[in-house]
Structure formats: C-alpha cells, structure tokens
Ligand binder design. Structure first.
Ligand code: ZN
Ligand code: ZN
Length: 288
C-alpha cells in the first residue's frame, strides 16, 4: 500500500522545516505497517511564499465573520518556508527514504495560474488538489463556531452543488495530479437530499481529466464515518477508468496507514489491482 497524503504540521501554530530524523520516523512507522512509500503533502496555505504570491488573487469576501475566521487561520497556521521544506524532502529522498515530495494544493477561485507558477519552481513528485473553502467558509473546520454555524445557515444541497462546481473546476485546471478526499463535503455528517445528482456529475466530469483519485481513510476518523470517496462512488470512477492511490491524510505519526485494512478490503471488492505512484509528477503504476 501507499500513504500518499501526510502532513508534518498539526493544525496549530508552528511550521518548523521537517528534519531528517522526523522523516525517517515517518518512513519507519510506514514500513512497520506494510506501507512501501509515503508522500509528504503539506497544505499550501502554510507557506509564506504561497500566501504572499498566490493568495492576493483569491476571489473571496474580505468582510464579515467568515473572512475574519479565515484570516485568523491563515495568520495562526502560516509562516512555512517552501524552499526549505522542499529541500528537506529532497535531501531525505536522496538519502534513500521512500517518500515523495508533495504539496496539498487548495482550490481557491482566481488563484490557479498563480499557484501553478509557484509549484512549477519546485521538483514536486505529487500535487494533491483539494477543496476546503467555499468562498471564505472553511467548511471542514467544524470546530470553529463561525464555520460550524454555516451548516445551519445554508441549504445543504446548494452547498454540495457549489462544492462539486469547485472540484470540477479544479480537476479541469490541469494543475494537480490527484484529487484528494473527493467527497469531504460530507465531513461533518451533513448529507444532501439528492446524493446521486452530485455523484453523477463527478462521474461524468472527472474521468476525462486523467487525474488519479485518492482513496482516503481520513473520513473514518470524522463525523462522516466513511471513506473518501464513498466506496460506491470509488467503484463508479474506477469502472470509468480512473487510477487510484491511497492515503490516511495523517497529521501525526499514529495516523500513518490508519484503517488501511478497511481500504484494502474495499479496493478488492472494487476490482482495483494496481495503485498509482508518482515520480516528478509522472504517474507510475504499483501493485496494491
Ligand atoms: Zn485536505
Ligand atoms: Zn491533508
């Protein structure tokens, strides 16, 4: 198995450049759990260069509760040195650790070109594309009251429709390699009245993009209590020819390979016999 979505920084202040010792401990924990390769994929908003060069292009509201809460998150979690982060991962790779140099790229309307200009400066192996924000609403941060309240204030089907719009725009931008936690909009346990409508749109739009789908165990640790994507949606995307990788989206060592026995079982029933790794953003098939 592969764990292609791991963070080195919890969602709290501090963005120390990962040292070789930490990366070695990540790889040792992975090996002990039967995982041959990991990817370190820190969030784009944690790096000063990205916040300075890319975020000014982000088309979103700048006033009100949500804008304030988002500004607070960026302020608290930012400060990472992208050059140093990539250099540390590259050094670890050169010294033989089985890890990929990655980044989790947030889809933020208006920023796609500026983000691609930054990422093209680095030898990334894998770029995960994800949607966490709808306008200034960080919808998966349900622990922050201003964000959590939006689930009561908005129509859930409209939220799902907006989310799917963003996923499709991200996928069609051609700027990332993998679609991460494809249906994370269900994270807090709010489900739409018309689930098939959203699944159908994804199954129609995504296969032609040629992107890889992440099959993630992270939702099993959340109120959604389900894989991302749901196994039924995974199966439809696989049947339509999409490649798959696996992940825990862990933010601490204990989460590496989290519930991978569950993922492996679902991969078997979905008929997935090979996963996709990446080498400097070129897909490389690997046996499950
Ligand atoms: Zn994410
Ligand atoms: Zn993540």
């Amino acid at each position: 198995m592969l764990d292609h979505h791991l963070h080195v920084w919890p969602h709290e202040p501090g963005t120390p450049t990962p040292g070789f010792d930490l990366l070695e401990r990540y790889c040792e924990a992975a090996t002990q759990r039967g995982i041959e390769q990991i990817a370190i994929t820190e969030h784009s908003h944690r790096f000063s260069r990205i916040v300075d060069e890319v975020f000014p292009h982000w088309d979103r509201p700048h006033d009100g509760d949500l804008a304030d809460a988002t500004a607070h998150i960026l302020d608290v979690e930012g400060g990472g040195d992208l050059d140093a982060y990539v250099a540390a991962l590259r050094d670890a790779q050169d010294r033989g650790l089985p890890l990929l140099i990655g980044l989790e790229v947030d889809f933020l309307p208006g920023t796609t070109e500026a983000m691609a200009a930054v990422t093209s400066d680095y030898p990334f192996d894998i770029l995960l594309g994800s949607v966490h924000w709808l306008d200034a609403w960080l919808f998966d941060d349900y622990g922050t009251p201003a964000f959590a309240h939006q689930w009561e204030a908005r129509d859930v089907d409209e939220v799902y429709a907006n989310y799917v719009d963003s996923i499709i725009e991200l996928a069609e931008s051609g700027t990332v390699d993998v679609l991460a936690h494809l249906d994370v909009i269900k994270v807090a346990g709010h489900l739409p009245n018309r689930p098939n409508e959203y699944a159908d749109r994804l199954v129609e739009a995504l296969p032609p993009t040629g992107l890889t789908i992440e099959f993630s165990s992270a939702g099993l640790r959340k109120p959604a209590n389900d894989t991302y994507p749901h196994v039924g949606l995974l199966r439809r995307l696989v049947d339509a020819g999409m490649a798959v990788t696996t992940s825990s989206d862990g933010h601490v060592i204990d989460h590496i390979g989290y519930s991978f026995d569950v993922l492996a079982g679902h991969l078997g029933t979905a008929g997935v016999s090979s996963l996709t790794s990446f080498d400097r953003r070129r897909p490389v098939p690997r046996p499950v």
